[in-house]
Design a protein around this ligand. Structure first.
Ligand SMILES: [Zn+2]
Ligand SMILES: [Zn+2]
Length: 422
């Protein structure tokens, strides 16, 4: 083979200097095609040689890291060219011998062979050897009419052409396999960053993410935040609020399974002083630390069990009984406030907690006269932002803004749940 190639080289050297003008108009196109065929044959030979180098694992014995690296080095190829050549060499040596033979015979060009190899190797595993053979033969036949670019487009839809009856089955099997792989990678972690935030990181499959979207999207919709205002929360903040709202609703719904023989519930251990004076901090049962304001919010009417500690650390029974707005009392509150009572808020009762106007920790009762419906967001506003709330003479809740919002501190009402007074 070395001698033949040496002869070929000598012969080509002879014509390399031959004058082109000596070719007539009639013979020029024939010579053009003949040169193309010779080139294809030589490239076919190159592919077979690389395949042989690869099967003997010669590259590593010659100090190259692999066959593609050797081709890059000896044939002055780019990494992409070398790895494509190696892929074509391997495929035509093993399964795609028909493509290898067509290339060696000069019936198809090297670029076309590379396209056919890529089309066949990227078929899903579910396309069996029979379908692969048919697809390969079809593409080789079409290579007589189509160039590499057209062949690439044809290759993308090759299953529709050669195995239309199996297409649905193959696509279905591929989808199922992809989904199975994706499901194995599902996961979710919550990591305390030590600075008051938890990182939520995770992956959900397409199907399960759709379930979460369906539940979160209605809860994450923008709402008017204050009188005449728009929702100032970012979309990410709204999604975070929606996730907590979802959890809050489940915790209050009695629909969660028992956890260690008890109803799932959050216990917050809080010194009485923290509830009454807003001093100190509270502790969650997982060790998390909460500010006084956050502790008072949780202890108000969320189904959180406050373990209230006295001055010497003994657990007081304070507020255990009748601390929650439930049953007939809650229905009365729903009827009166018809939703979150905060000015401008549109949220209906299902979104709301009952807030104690005077905290139960300092003797406030759980009654209609001491309660007001607030959505989770406005409940935290009222506990944190110096808004005051009281019942007006007509029994309707009104909110007194902090001086930095309204220096006159004129009381405001929510007019969205009830028609304006005549
Ligand atoms: Zn409250
Ligand atoms: Zn609200």
């Amino acid at each position: 083979m070395a001698a033949v190639l040496a002869d070929v080289d000598d012969l080509l050297a002879e014509v390399a200097e031959a004058p082109m003008w000596s070719l007539s108009d009639g013979t020029l196109p024939e010579v053009l095609v003949a040169a193309g065929t010779a080139l294809a044959r030589l490239q076919g030979l190159l592919v077979r040689l690389v395949g042989e180098v690869d099967s003997r694992e010669l590259a590593t014995r010659l100090g190259a890291s692999n066959t593609a690296a050797l081709a890059r080095e000896r044939l002055a190829m780019t990494p992409a060219e070398a790895s494509e050549l190696t892929a074509v060499a391997r495929a035509t040596r093993r399964d795609m011998t028909a493509t290898g033979q067509a290339l060696a015979a000069g019936r198809i060009g090297y670029r076309q062979a590379a396209v056919i190899v890529r089309a066949i190797t990227s078929l899903p595993d579910e396309a069996g050897p029979d379908v692969r053979t048919r697809a390969e033969e079809h593409l080789i036949a079409e290579a007589a009419r189509f160039d590499a670019a057209e062949l690439t487009r044809l290759g993308r839809h090759i299953l529709e052409v050669v195995a239309p009856e199996a297409l649905e089955r193959i696509e279905g099997a591929r989808l199922a396999r992809d989904e199975h792989r994706a499901a194995q990678r599902r996961g979710f972690t919550m990591i305390d960053d030590g600075h008051g935030l938890h990182w939520l990181r995770g992956r959900l499959t397409t199907g399960t993410a759709a379930v979460l979207h369906a539940a979160l999207d209605p809860l994450a919709a923008p709402m008017a935040a204050t009188e005449g205002g728009r929702d100032l929360r970012t979309p990410a903040q709204r999604r975070a609020d929606a996730l907590i709202e979802l959890a809050r609703r489940m915790l209050t719904s009695d629909r969660l399974p028992d956890h260690g023989g008890q109803r799932p519930q959050l216990v917050v251990t809080v010194p009485l002083r923290t509830l009454t004076d807003g001093l100190g901090h509270a502790t969650l049962d997982d060790g998390g630390i909460l500010s006084a304001a956050a502790a008072r919010l949780l202890a108000c009417d969320c189904h959180v069990i406050p373990a209230v500690l006295g001055t010497t650390g003994q657990v007081l029974d304070l507020g255990r009984a009748n601390r929650l707005f439930t049953g007939a009392l809650r229905r009365a509150l729903n009827l009166r406030d018809r939703g979150c009572a905060f000015p401008g808020c549109q949220r209906p009762p299902a979104w709301c907690d009952g807030h104690h106007i005077v905290s139960w920790a300092v003797g406030g009762t759980t009654s209609l006269d001491n309660g007001v419906l607030l959505c989770g967001h406005h409940h935290s506003v009222v506990h944190g932002d110096n808004w005051a709330v009281r019942l007006a003479a007509d029994g309707i809740p009104e909110f007194i803004p902090p001086a930095w919002i309204d220096p006159q501190r004129t009381p405001r009402r929510n007019s969205r749940h009830r028609p304006p007074d005549p």
